[in-house]
Design a protein around this ligand. Sequence first.
Ligand code: NAD
Length: 265
Amino acid sequence: MSKDVSVIVVGAGGRMGQELTRLVLSEADLHLAAAVDRQESLPDLEHLGCPVVQTVAESLAVAPAAVVVDFSSPTFSMEGARIATEAGAPMVIGTTGLDSRQKEELALLAEKTPLLWSANMSIGVNVLLRILPELARALGPAYDMEMVEIHHKRKKDAPSGTALMLGEALAGARGWDLADVRVSGRDGLIGERKSAEIGVQALRGGDVVGIHTTWFLGPGENIQVTHQAESRSNFAQGALRAARWLKNMPAGRLYSMQDVVGQSS
Ligand code: NAD
């Protein structure tokens, strides 16, 4: 059977890369065209049954029609994006920690080849980013918005980046900046809750991958919306959905997962 989308996985030896190659090999419409990683990781990738190489240029030489999916490191992803642009190949980048200059460069490269970058590839979180502001607007200002996030005990930052993204979306729906209205931690005689306030609280413990619950607390009723990540598989699933989508998109601007979840699957 011919496969619809050929995929090159960059950073194939990493945690996300291993999840991606496993999924690509198991999906009927996807073909693993090549795996890219450092020289020392290549022997561990031989079992994949595809060319294993050290650069995106080598991978595109063997699979010029493939979509590149990269979860590696900022410098390597930028290098790959320049090579993909020269070759006119579509590329999905999930690497985080890009600085503002690197993001600006990606936007320029995206004028020449289809490029998508997102710091959170989870389909569920990206759908929530669309629907939470709709809920906030539909319910109106009488409904107070609060969020609780739970993560494993090794996590160092709080609140989570995802909680802040969701909080910004909620604040935006009310015309606020999250920085002005976020309350993280309440203790002592703090007085009544203000209406222009979004509580974002962090719980830590065990090995929880990530739970985010948003509360809309209104007169006589409340709504809770919970997203629960079970494993990093949801990021890989999102990246592969993005790869399928990007294959048919023109160059022009830097796409994000928000563009992908805006379309039906
Ligand atoms: P990891 O360290 O387990 O894997 C990275 C892989 O990339 C490694 O195999 C490494 O050898 C390879 N790599 C890095 N630099 C390279 C170079 N110069 N040449 C060749 N290979 C190179 O990390 P991970 O947990 O898989 O995460 C990878 C990236 O994806 C991180 O930036 C992480 O924050 C990000 N991430 C994003 C999402 C999302 O939803 N967007 C989800 C999870 C992780």
